[in-house]
Design a protein around this ligand. Sequence first.
Ligand SMILES: [Cu+2]
Length: 99
Amino acid sequence: MNMLRLVTACMAFAGATLALAQAPRPVVEAEVRKVDLDTQKITLKHGAIPNIDMGAMTMVFRVSDPALLQKAKAGDRITFTADKVDGVITVMSLEPAKP
Ligand SMILES: [Cu+2]
């Protein structure tokens, strides 16, 4: 194995290790704008989501579990985590904001 190949292999291994050791997803604050039970989507006015490089905005999210939609209604303040699942930004967890 030449040196370049060895270095490349080492970097690939380090990358895989980093992905496995990924920190927990950051918890983000948001205000619920709309909950759509038919399409299982939720519209959030959210703060920055650093793990997916997203700034604050209002947008529609898919949810990882339809049960999450039962925890919130329009106007609620919540905290949530989001990640890309199969390339689609998805709400992974959702809780009412602590007062
Ligand atoms: Cu967004």
